[in-house]
Design a protein around this ligand. Structure first.
Ligand SMILES: *Cc1c(COP(=O)(O)O)cnc(C)c1O
Length: 372
């Protein structure tokens, strides 16, 4: 047998980077269940149950709450192609990689964007969005709730109401917040939100939890132009996930098994208990890192418990430390992106990965490496 055809070997890693996070064995087990047809009545039940569980986690009653096929970026694409048309005015908050990605996507859709920026590592000043909303009529306000590139948790309460009063949709990226910190879609008047599975939901990457309310669906149905994407056209996806069950594309069956199990684990733990665990473990990590002289990039008030961005101590080689962590300790953490490259480490404490044992292992490993 040629070398390449031998059985795969995959190391066991402790995943403490910006995603993916470690996956619970029960989720892996769910993925290995036998395949059934995607229109099999038993699978349709699983689809409905997954929607129901997703509504609980998103804290919404939105009928159209589904996993979009594709990773978090697919959810992002779906959140804009369906609602934004050429020439539409959109306010985009940008303070990291994912805000930039949203702006890139909107430019491709030929939207007219108004950028509200903040330095990477700082939150967006919400009053500046309010000022912009008063100046003009906008189709939407887009913001990232948890900026994974910087570790900022953006305060967004109140923005939904403001957007609505000014006739704009409120579109929120909850990829690294859902399942790690509170995300209250209905209470916060979020019209459209997309998330990812491999961050705080601790499920492999491949589908994107997505929710949209009736107000946004009205906007979509009132479009002047055809939705430019076939794959992410919600008017068709809606008929597949709704009672009509009209075939659009084949749902990634095993991924939906996995998501259903990951969501079930969240319900078992309880949303509040889960948020508390994420917060307490972030606190524990910050204390431990403080003891070895490692400080945070982000002001305490805006820190994201699921993604800890810390300053690399002076004189320390970023890549060398991360390589040693991986090779000698089987621990993955992330480096900085863009302007923060070489300046920060990004330590994810997401879902199943967020526990004290992992934190102790990481901090002890860092101590050893930094001593040398
Ligand atoms: C990871 C991430 C995405 C993109 O998700 P992919 O699964 O990598 O496509 C989008 N937004 C935020 C905030 C993210 O952290």
């Amino acid at each position: 047998m040629p070398e390449v055809a031998k059985e795969m070997e995959v190391p066991k890693r402790i995943l403490l980077g910006p995603g993916p996070s470690n996956v619970h064995p029960r989720v892996l087990k769910a993925m290995s269940m036998p395949l059934i047809g995607h229109l099999d009545p038993e699978f349709l039940k699983i689809m409905d149950q997954t929607m129901e569980l997703l509504r609980t986690v998103f804290q919404t009653k939105n009928r159209l709450t589904i996993p979009v096929s594709g990773t978090g970026s697919a959810g992002m694409e779906a959140a804009f192609v369906n609602f934004i048309e050429e020439g539409d005015k959109v306010i985009v908050a940008i303070n990291g990689v994912f805000g930039e990605r949203v702006a890139d996507l909107l430019r491709r859709l030929k939207a007219q964007i108004t950028e509200v920026r903040a330095e990477w590592g700082r939150p967006i000043d919400v009053s500046r969005i309010e000022e912009e909303l008063k100046k003009d009529r906008f189709k939407a306000v887009a913001i990232v709730h948890a900026e994974t590139s910087t570790g900022v948790l953006q305060p967004i309460e109140g923005l939904g109401k403001l957007a609505k009063e000014n006739g704009a949709l409120f579109i929120v990226d909850t990829v690294t917040s859902l399942g790690g910190v509170p995300v209250k879609v209905d209470e916060w008047m979020i019209d459209v939100s997309y998330s990812g599975t491999q961050k705080c939901l601790s499920c492999p990457p491949g589908i994107s939890p997505f929710t949209v309310n009736e107000r946004a669906i009205e906007v979509m149905k009132g479009r002047k132009t055809k939705i430019p994407s076939w794959y992410f056209d919600l008017t068709m996806i809606e008929k597949y996930w709704g009672s009509e069950r009209v075939y659009h594309h084949t749902a990634p069956i095993s991924m939906i098994y996995a998501l259903r199990e990951a969501l079930r684990l969240i319900i078992e733990e309880g949303l509040e208990a889960r948020f508390k665990r994420h917060f307490e473990n972030y606190k524990f990590l910050s204390e431990k890192l403080g003891e070895i002289g490692i400080n945070y990039l982000v002001e305490e008030k805006y820190r994201l418990p699921s993604l800890n961005s810390v300053l690399i101590p002076a004189g320390v080689n970023d890549k060398d430390v991360r390589k040693r962590l991986l090779d000698q300790y089987d621990i993955e953490i992330g480096g900085g992106l863009g302007v923060l490259g070489g300046k920060i480490w990004r330590i994810g404490l997401m879902g199943y990965s967020s526990n004290k044992d992992n934190i102790n292992l990481l901090v002890n490993a860092l101590k050893d490496i930094l001593k040398k």
